[in-house]
Design a protein around this ligand. Sequence first.
Ligand SMILES: NC(=O)c1ccc[n+]([C@@H]2O[C@H](COP(=O)([O-])OP(=O)(O)OC[C@H]3O[C@@H](n4cnc5c(N)ncnc54)[C@H](OP(=O)(O)O)[C@@H]3O)[C@@H](O)[C@H]2O)c1
Length: 215
Amino acid sequence: MEEAASIPLVGLTAWQVLVERAKLAKGQKVLIHAGSGGVGTFAIQLAKHLGATVATTTSTANVELVKALGADVVIDYKTQDFEKVLSDYDVVLNSLDGGTLQKCLNVLKPGGKLISISGPPDPNFAREQGLNWFLRQVLRLLSFGIRRKAKARQISYSFLFMRANGAQLNQITSLIEAGTIRPVMDRVFPFEATNEALAYIEAGRSKGKAVVAAK
Ligand SMILES: NC(=O)c1ccc[n+]([C@@H]2O[C@H](COP(=O)([O-])OP(=O)(O)OC[C@H]3O[C@@H](n4cnc5c(N)ncnc54)[C@H](OP(=O)(O)O)[C@@H]3O)[C@@H](O)[C@H]2O)c1
């Protein structure tokens, strides 16, 4: 049950970025940031299953973990600058800060796709959410800079916010049952330690998912 609980958020997020939005194809190159995190550990395995060449960023301590998940190129962010090492990528999945988002532009080739799950939200997201005119303008402004810089390089920028989807979960389940993708769990916290679990996640060092077990 704990392994099952660890999947929907990260599985659907990775699926919607790589399959639905990026349409990642065999032979393409994808950079997945924070490969040792919840989303990253799933996304690396999914991208390999789709036949892509996968680069990822992580710290020294997690290099072996992301290699074992299938990453072809591992950038240790403690010692290397990913934007100086990688080039001509088709897709980047960004889950880090705004500074990293800007640097991702240097890694992508013209026609490439920069998809961020950590913001900033864009006007399409505002439309999908049915936000009012004022909020739509706020989101337009928030993402104006990155959209403008991306467009100048013929790169598309978009923000993705995961949504529930039973059909996609079915496909994800098949991949897990076939052993193609394995859940990566860091710690399982007892229900009473939920606050501790939240603090642990907030510290940003989780290797895969942290799970709170029901009684
Ligand atoms: N839009 C959406 O629908 C959606 C869905 C899911 C998640 N998110 C967001 O996506 C982000 C990632 O979520 P997550 O659950 O995968 O996070 P997470 O599991 O908490 O990520 C922790 C991992 O990030 C790595 N990391 C931290 N700083 C890094 C850096 N500078 N470079 C490379 N790796 C770094 C850490 O590795 P080290 O210990 O080696 O540094 C750790 O393994 C969060 O901001 C979350 O809110 C958004």
